[in-house]
Design a binder for this molecule. Structure first.
Ligand SMILES: *Cc1c(COP(=O)(O)O)cnc(C)c1O
Length: 388
């Protein structure tokens, strides 16, 4: 088999190191490793296996389907799933011992009846909306949800493992107001006689910003992948190491004359006789079309603007008089401490955030994993280069 022409290198040791870094900052709170959306584009199963090997306390996903995929791969760590389909019955989730985020009494009833049917006790985390206006019970509906949960807990249908909420990250003032509302919601639940061991509210940004609000667990996604949740602070400042490097290779080199139009719409025209290098990565791979004319990449170690239009499968770099050969490495982004372009640079060029860049990397990229799925193991997983 030919070696792949588009590679996402995933450094599992970096993920493990970032987990250790966040643990050292958690003040003793448990850590949930958030692996939703294919571990933010890094590979759900491989990342989850490594986090499990590092004894992460919980894994977090949005959909039950993602949690079931983890169980099917043999992951035994506690998993929380919090975003449910309209007519979810919860049976497969409860059978697979998946913790369920609950936002409404209707969900709670469905979970309780599925649990009764299965003769099991469902593990739930009640979610209160403290001001994001996304999922979670409105504060107005919270007392009813809590009262229902108490009743069902007494009947043994459910066990309330945790109460949780999520910040809007709008401003410090807004965040602190949400934390205050969360504390009040916790009081309401306690007053209703509810027993639970865990409160969790902070994602990466809150965990790094509000040490006073770690409660018993923090839910960490982005920071595990070595990226900063803040646009004005670099990951390096927190000791986080980027886990993804996006690479490709020059597949054609062409000498062009002055005045030739390059790629769709002639966003770029050559100004002199020059070398054009063709790179087989397009918006199908998650390289934003919006990055055309704005983002930089490195071709054989030299930094160049992507002057022309990014197409579905490919883009062209005018490398000037740099002599470039077929097979030369092209780095789209990686670890800035190694002199590579950062995900943040690409995100800024495409007018988006680092979360979106890594999560959407895919298409015909092939992932290659470095570092082992288990600590102290071999350097590569048994099946490197798993396509997706
Ligand atoms: C995605 C998500 C997280 C993780 O957020 P990061 O900013 O990536 O750490 C935590 N909690 C909830 C509810 C989420 O949706």
């Amino acid at each position: 088999m030919n070696s792949p022409m588009r590679v996402l290198e995933i450094d599992l040791d970096a993920v493990a190191a970032n987990l250790a870094t966040m643990r050292s900052r958690s003040g003793g709170a448990k850590v949930m490793g958030v692996v939703k959306a294919d571990a933010y584009g890094h590979g759900l199963i491989e990342v989850a296996r490594r986090l499990e090997a590092e004894s992460v306390d919980f894994l977090g996903v949005a959909d039950i389907a993602e949690a079931l995929e983890l169980r099917a791969a043999g992951i035994g760590t506690s998993i929380l799933a919090w975003l449910h389909a309209p007519h979810e019955t919860f049976e497969s989730a409860i059978s697979a011992e998946i913790d369920l985020g609950v936002a409404t009494t209707a969900q709670l009833e469905a979970i309780a009846s599925a649990a009764a049917e299965l003769g099991k006790t469902a593990r739930v985390h009640l979610k209160v909306d403290t001001g994001l206006s996304r999922n979670g019970a409105h504060l107005r509906d919270w007392p009813e949800l809590v009262a229902d949960a108490h009743e069902l807990a007494v009947l043994g249908r459910i066990q309330v493992v945790a109460l949780f909420s999520h910040l809007s990250s709008t401003s410090t003032e807004d965040d602190l107001a949400q934390i205050e509302r969360f504390n009040q919601a916790v009081d309401v639940a306690r007053a209703a006689g509810l027993h639970f061991e865990i409160r969790h509210m902070m994602a990466s940004d809150g965990a790094l910003k509000y040490a006073q609000a770690h409660f018993e667990m923090i839910r960490i996604g982005l920071a595990l992948y070595g990226l900063s949740p803040f646009t004005d602070r670099k990951a390096e400042e927190f000791g986080l190491v980027p886990a993804m490097t996006a690479k490709s290779f020059v597949v054609q080199v062409k000498r062009a004359e002055a005045g030739e139009g390059v790629s769709y719409g002639y966003l770029h025209r050559t100004v002199e006789s020059t070398n054009l290098a063709l790179v087989p990565v397009g918006y199908a791979e998650g390289l934003p079309r919006a990055a055309s004319g704005k983002a930089y990449v490195q071709v054989a170690g030299q930094t160049h603007l992507i002057q022309s239009r990014v197409a579905m499968d490919q883009f062209v770099i005018d490398v000037g008089q740099q002599s470039v050969e077929i097979g030369d490495e092209v780095v789209l982004f990686g670890d800035p401490s190694k002199g590579q372009i950062s995900v943040d640079d690409l995100a800024a060029a495409a007018d988006t955030i680092n979360y979106e860049i890594v999560t959407r990397m895919g298409g015909r990229f092939v992932r290659e994993f470095f570092g082992s799925a288990t600590p102290g193991g071999a350097h590569e997983l048994p099946e490197p280069g798993v396509a997706f």
